[in-house]
Design a protein around this ligand. Structure first.
Ligand code: HEM
Length: 405
C-alpha cells in the first residue's frame, strides 16, 4: 500500500447500487455483505457516494492504518468536519494521535485489567440472581428480561453512571442511528431521544456520575491536568454509547444461537472454557457494531483502488466477520472455531480497538456461565426478531424457554 500522486479513477472500484441502510438490508444484511465482498476488495456504494470494504483483510488494514485513514471525519457516514454535518464527536473514537493517545492512556490506566477483575464477583452474583428469577419464570424474552436487564444492572454500577432503561435505550438508538444517513430511522430516533437529552447531559456530568467510580476518576484526571477540560464528560458519554447497546446485542446474539443449536449448548455446559468462546462466536456471527467509517487523509491506494483525499470509506465489520476467506462456513455458529478472539473484527482493530472489551467479555461470561450451570436446555418459543438501526445490528425480541438442569 503506497501513497500515489496519480489522478483518481472511480472506475477502478466496482459500483454497487445497493443501499446498506434500506430497512430490508438492515433487517437481513447478509445478501448485501456477500455482494460487497464478491464485488472486490473495495467497492463504491452509489446510493451514498462512499467507498466500502467487506473483506476481512481490507477491514483489518483500514482499521489498523490510522496514518492514512483518519477518525477525525467521524465514524459515521457523514464527514462531521463539513458544514451542516456537525454532531458532538467522541473525543476518543473520533480523534487521531496525539490527542487520541493522550486520552486513551488515561482511560486505559483507569479501566485496567486489575480494576475490571474486581468487578467479576459482583457480575457473577447479579447473574446468578437473574438466572434464579428466569428459572422461576421459565418463559421470558431473552432481550428485555435477560440481556438488557443484566447489562443495565451490571455495567452502570461498574463504571459509575445511572442508566434507567427507557432513557438509556432511547439515547443508544439515537447514537447508532445518528451516525447513519438522514433517513426515516435517523429522524425518528432523534425525535424519540429529544425528551431525554437534558437527562443524558446531567448523567454524564461531574454532578451526575456516582462518587468514587471510574467515571468520577475521569473528572479527577481533569482536575489533575491529565485531561483537558470537557474530556471527562465526553469519555463517560462514549462509555455509555459504546458499552451498553453493543453488549446487550452481543449477549442477545449468543443466547439466540445457543437456543437454536442444542449441541453447541451442550459443548458450553460440558466445558466451561467454551463460555468465553460462545460470546466471541456470538459477536463474530452477528457483529453488533456493523459498520464504522474512516476518511482518507490524502490521496491513497487500497488493494488496487485509488481513493481521493477526504473520501469516506465504510468498514463493514459484519461482512468481514463472515468472510469465507477467513472463516470457513461463516454462517455456522461454532464455539470450537480456533483462536476466535484474535481473528474477528467485532471489537475493531488497531489503536481504536474497543477499550471496554475486557469488561464486555467479563459481563457476558458471568451471565452465560451462570446459565450454563443451571440450565439444561434453552429453546425458542417463537422466531427472534431484529430492530433496524443504521449502524448497529441488534435483536428486538427473543422469545425463549429454559429447562432447569
Ligand atoms: C460486545 C460489546 C462491544 C462491542 C461489540 C464493541 C465494539 C467496538 C468497536 C468495533 C470499536 C472500534 C470502533 C472503530 O474503530 O471505529 C469500539 C471502540 C470503543 N468501545 Fe467498544 N464495544 C463493546 C463494548 C464496550 C464497552 C463495555 C465499553 C465501555 C467502556 C466500550 C467502549 C468503547 C470505547 C470508549 C471505544 C473507543 C476506543 C478508542 O477510540 O480508542 N465498548 N467498540
Amino acid at each position: 500500500m503506497t501513497t500515489t500522486a496519480e489522478p483518481v479513477a472511480l472506475r477502478d472500484a466496482p459500483v454497487l447500487d445497493i443501499d446498506p441502510y434500506a430497512i430490508e438490508v438492515l433487517l437481513d444484511p447478509y445478501p448485501f455483505h456477500e455482494a460487497l465482498r464478491e464485488a472486490g476488495p473495495v467497492a463504491y456504494i452509489a446510493p451514498h457516494g462512499i467507498y466500502a470494504v467487506g473483506r476481512h483483510a481490507e477491514a483489518k488494514t483500514v482499521l489498523a492504518d490510522h496514518a492514512r485513514f483518519t477518525n477525525a471525519g467521524g465514524i459515521g457516514i457523514q464527514d462531521i468536519r463539513k458544514p451542516g454535518e456537525f454532531r458532538i464527536p467522541s473525543r476518543l473514537l473520533e480523534a487521531d494521535p496525539p490527542d487520541h493517545t493522550k486520552i486513551r492512556s488515561v482511560v486505559t490506566r483507569l479501566l485496567s485489567p486489575l480494576v475490571i477483575r474486581r468487578w467479576k464477583e459482583g457480575f457473577e452474583r447479579k447473574a446468578e440472581s437473574l438466572v434464579e428469577q428466569l428459572l422461576a419464570q421459565r418463559e421470558f424474552d431473552g432481550v428485555e428480561d435477560c440481556a438488557e436487564r443484566f447489562v443495565l444492572e451490571a455495567f452502570p454500577a461498574a463504571v459509575g453512571v445511572r442508566l434507567p432503561r427507557t432513557e438509556t435505550l432511547a439515547i443508544g438508538e439515537m447514537r447508532f442511528n445518528q451516525s447513519g444517513p438522514r433517513n426515516a430511522l435517523y429522524e425518528r430516533a432523534m425525535q424519540t431521544a429529544q425528551p431525554y437529552l437534558a437527562w443524558f447531559e446531567q448523567s454524564v456530568s461531574r454532578q451526575g456520575v456516582i462518587p468514587d467510580s471510574i467515571a468520577e476518576l475521569l473528572f479527577r484526571a481533569e482536575d489533575a491536568g491529565e485531561l483537558d477540560e470537557g474530556i471527562a464528560s465526553n469519555v463517560v458519554r462514549s462509555f455509555v454509547g459504546g458499552g451498553t447497546d453493543s453488549t446487550i446485542a452481543g449477549i442477545g446474539f449468543t443466547l439466540h444461537q445457543l437456543a437454536k443449536n442444542p449441541a453447541q449448548w451442550e459443548r458450553v455446559r460440558n466445558e466451561p472454557a467454551k463460555v468465553k468462546a460462545a460470546f466471541e462466536e456470538g459477536i463474530r456471527h452477528e457483529t453488533p457494531f456493523q459498520v464504522t467509517y474512516r476518511t482518507t487523509h490524502g490521496e491513497t491506494e487500497l488493494s488496487g483502488v485509488r481513493l481521493a483525499p477526504d473520501t469516506k470509506i465504510g468498514v463493514f465489520m459484519g461482512a468481514a466477520n463472515r468472510d469465507p476467506r477467513q472463516f470457513p462456513e461463516p454462517e455456522r455458529f461454532d464455539v470450537d472455531r480456533p483462536a476466535l478472539a484474535g481473528s474477528h473484527v467485532a471489537l475493531g482493530n488497531g489503536i481504536h480497538a474497543c477499550i471496554g472489551q475486557m469488561l464486555a467479555r467479563q459481563e457476558s461470561e458471568a451471565l452465560i456461565g451462570a446459565l450454563s450451570r443451571r440450565v439444561a436446555r434453552m429453546e425458542l418459543t417463537a422466531p427472534a426478531s431484529y430492530r433496524p438501526i443504521n449502524q448497529m445490528r441488534t435483536l428486538d425480541r427473543l422469545p425463549m424457554r429454559i429447562v432447569p438442569a
